[in-house]
Design a protein around this ligand. Structure first.
Ligand code: KG4
Ligand code: ZN
Length: 339
């Protein structure tokens, strides 16, 4: 039975954000503290796992205290503790898992293990009630997937990337342009000031499936930049960004449309760090109003698209209802998948 005032403490530490949230009844955010480590990793051009773990150790207790304080909730008032146990960096995940286990033990609370990608999907539940069946386009630094859900907690991957994730492609291309990590946001901004003049390939558009591929686009982009460098030619960063983004968006939008036409969906959820992309949000909005008038599009606000613990709390609420409680042997599972 759902408690009337379920107060859930959620912990997220799978990559480079230490985050702790307090969520009431699965959908009301009382606090969502996010300590980002981005500045420490930037000079290395990517997340350094060892550095990430050290930051999580330093931040986790502070974040728990701050989340409780901001929510105006004491540990005794909490009903549950939830934590991301995968996928992600093993050392980073272990900090959150250990902290959650210790907290659950000390306060005699049930411990809910949460899949990070389920968390990204359930960020939408913090915006609107979910209606099934639904389709989720999951686009992050490590994943690009179309997930079909007939009910809460049941995930069917109906399409996924064969190589790079969309966010990964953004970050690799950004590196070639000399942008700092992660470069998705900056490429998005540059793209809005340029034109699609290079017409990079749109991979797997003709294939009869909902899969993606971004490595060919990445290679085409890098070759274009290197060839120009050898000829001492200066290419406009804005046009390169616009051309790259046009290709990514066209493929993501076309495959998502195909998926939503193949399955009887009531809602389309867009989730993950790349869901913050302005161009993608605009294109999906247009696609849904033109071709899927009966489908409700849910795109969480920017703060809930990137990694955060509120989304983990929202997913944990469902796991708790299903009785998925972990014991103190819970371990990090870096390669955790839906299936
Ligand atoms: O979900 P997320 O915060 O972390 C993972 O779980 O991977 O996603 C991070 C990814 C990075 O690759 C970053 O470049 C990308 O999301 N990203 C964006 C934008 N903001 C963040 N990509 C495109 N456009 C954006 N505005
Ligand atoms: Zn994520």
């Amino acid at each position: 039975m759902e408690k009337e005032n379920e107060l859930l403490l959620a912990i997220e530490s799978s990559c480079d954000e230490t985050s702790v949230a307090v969520i009431r009844n699965g959908s009301e955010i009382l606090s969502n503290i996010i300590a980002s480590q981005i500045k420490s990793h930037r000079r290395f051009g990517g997340v350094v796992p060892e550095v990430a773990s050290r930051h999580h150790v330093e931040q986790i207790t502070l974040c728990i205290e701050e989340a409780l304080q901001e929510a105006n909730v004491t540990a005794d008032e909490l009903s549950t503790v939830a934590v991301t146990y995968g996928p992600g960096l093993v050392g980073a995940l272990l900090i959150g898992v250990s902290a959650a286990k210790a907290f659950a033990w000390a306060h005699e609370l049930p411990l809910i293990p949460v899949n990070h990608m389920a968390g990204h999907i359930y960020a939408a539940r913090l915006v609107a009630p979910l209606e099934f069946p639904l389709m989720a386009l999951l686009v992050s630094g490590g994943h690009t997937e179309l997930v079909y859900m007939e009910e809460d907690g049941a995930y069917h991957i109906i399409g996924e990337t064969r190589d790079d994730a969309a966010g990964e492609a953004y970050d690799k291309v950004g590196r070639v342009l000399g942008l700092s990590y992660p470069s998705g946001k900056e490429i998005d901004e540059l793209a809005h000031q340029g034109q699609d003049t290079f017409h990079f390939p749109r991979a797997m558009m003709k294939e009869d499936n909902c899969d993606f591929s971004f490595s060919g686009l990445k290679s085409a982009f890098i070759n274009t930049v290197h060839n120009a460098e050898q000829r001492d030619e200066q290419l406009k960063k804005e046009d390169l960004a616009a051309s790259f983004q046009a290709s990514v968006i066209e493929v993501l939008t076309a495959k998502t449309l195909r998926a939503c036409q193949e399955y009887p969906v009531k809602q389309l959820i867009v989730a993950g760090g790349v869901a913050a992309n302005k161009g993608l949000r605009e294109a999906l909005d247009k696609m849904v109003s033109e071709y899927l008038p009966d489908v409700q599009l849910i795109v969480p606000p920017l703060k809930l698209c990137g990694d955060n613990a509120a989304m983990i709390g929202a997913a944990a609420h469902i796991e708790l209802k299903k009785g998925h409680v972990a014991d103190y042997y819970l371990n990090a599972v870096p390669g955790l998948s839906f299936n």
